[in-house]
Design a protein around this ligand. Structure first.
Ligand SMILES: [Cu+2]
Length: 414
């Protein structure tokens, strides 16, 4: 019996050690940051980010980068995500490697949550200032209360220099210029250290005498009163009075040093102006959308009617930040993240311009490794096999039209 128990104990120990070793050795490097593990149908059916532009891909500490673009709030918003009535335009970075200087939706400065309307398209602009050197994968993102983070495409931005050079000056309405990187730090350290020291002094005063057993015996013997001497009482009064005095003095000196203070400014911003996109003159009906399992492509059969007065061609299909481009019609010049850009990913048959008034049936294949890498193929695990996305058509003059599509996406297995 004992031998058996020893053996179990020994092997348990080996098991624990192996688990620990595995946990220590296994450190996967993250290359996309959170979005891949989100449900594919949620990524395709919430926010569509497009026309993104990054002003720089490499900056020095203290330099600014501007990320701008548009996002469309998809009409077929999923039930499992609360509507974006309280949303916040955020930036996805590993801590404040940049600081956010400014962010705008439309012309509105948006340091607070905003109310967005389903079906609308908005422009946004975020100005970041580089703080920590390194290579950072910077995402635009929208936090939706009751829904979580909706992550946009991420681009690698390099920051060079030294973090000790970083400055974050602001000028207050009382006319002082302070550096937010260090402002009020010394004051915070001082007051926390002071009160911690007072707490320790109180403890040390009483633990200079034996603490536990002698006192327990005295209390049990009914002589508890002898444990507190008249000096102890005086010291306690002193501590009590000093504490109240320090609080009153601290508060009045803070009030006289900072006579003008305001509460924290908060509250959801409403009335954010969307952009008015002219209704597209191209009419698209998704007859069928399928994808092979396993595979890295999605196929659609589209009936397209050109109601405009210029011939159009399909240039791009964009879903969940992956851009499938038809290289014979257009190409990207924004420096879009390479892992999300399928610059030859869209095959359109027939690929001829669609004349005004004409209706054609297009067979469209969106194919790229990104379909698998970004786990859009994992829609097979989702409880709602429907996709959403944007189609971009160009006319002969180079004008672009955006058509939002929303259709069931059916897997094929053989
Ligand atoms: Cu990332």
């Amino acid at each position: 019996m004992k031998i058996l128990r020893d053996r179990i104990a020994r092997w348990s120990l080996v098991g624990v050690l192996l688990t620990l070793a595995a946990a220590v050795m296994y450190t996967p490097t993250a290359s996309a940051h959170g979005e891949k593990s989100q449900a594919a149908f949620l990524r395709m059916r919430t926010i569509h980010w497009f026309d993104l532009n990054w002003s720089k891909a490499s900056v020095n500490v203290n330099e600014e980068v501007e990320i701008s673009g548009k996002f469309h709030v998809f009409e077929g918003w999923p039930e499992s995500v609360d509507p974006p009535e309280v949303s916040f335009l955020n930036i996805g970075i590993p801590g404040p490697t940049f600081i956010r200087k400014e962010s705008y939706i439309g012309d509105t400065f948006v340091p607070r949550s905003v109310r967005l309307e389903i079906g609308n398209t908005y422009t946004f602009r975020v100005v970041l200032k580089a703080r920590r050197p390194g290579e950072w994968h910077v995402h635009t993102m929208l936090n939706v209360q009751g829904g979580g983070p909706i992550i946009g495409p991420g681009k690698w931005i390099t920051v060079e220099g030294s973090m000790s050079d970083f400055r974050n000056p602001i000028t207050t309405l009382t006319g002082q210029t302070v550096d937010l990187e260090t402002y009020n730090l010394g004051n915070t350290y001082f007051w926390h250290a002071l009160w911690y020291a007072i707490g320790l002094a109180w403890m040390f005063y009483f633990i200079k005498n034996p603490v536990f057993l002698p006192r327990m015996v005295m209390v049990n013997a009914g002589r508890a009163d002898e444990l507190i001497t008249p000096t102890d009482k005086k010291v306690a009064m002193l501590f009590g009075a000093a504490t109240i005095l320090i609080v009153i003095f601290g508060m009045s000196s803070a009030n006289s040093k900072y006579p003008v203070t305001i509460p924290l400014q908060a509250g959801t911003l409403r009335g954010i102006k969307p952009i008015e996109l002219p209704p597209p003159s191209v009419d698209v009906k998704v007859e069928e959308a399928t994808y092979r399992v396993p595979g890295r492509a999605m196929k659609m059969v589209l009936t397209v009617t050109n109601n405009g007065d210029s011939a159009v061609q399909l240039c791009e299909f964009n879903t969940a930040s992956v851009r499938f481009m038809n290289p014979e019609v257009c190409e990207d010049d924004s420096g879009y993240p390479e892992d999300l850009l399928a610059d030859e990913g869209l095959t359109v048959v027939p690929n001829d311009p669609i004349a005004p008034g004409q209706t054609v049936t297009l067979e469209v294949t969106a194919s790229d490794a990104a379909w698998e890498v970004y786990r859009l193929a994992d829609i097979i695990y989702d409880p709602d096999s429907r996709m959403g996305g944007m189609l971009f058509f160009y006319d002969e003059a180079g004008n672009r039209q955006m058509v939002i599509i929303d259709a069931p996406l059916i897997p094929t297995f053989m």
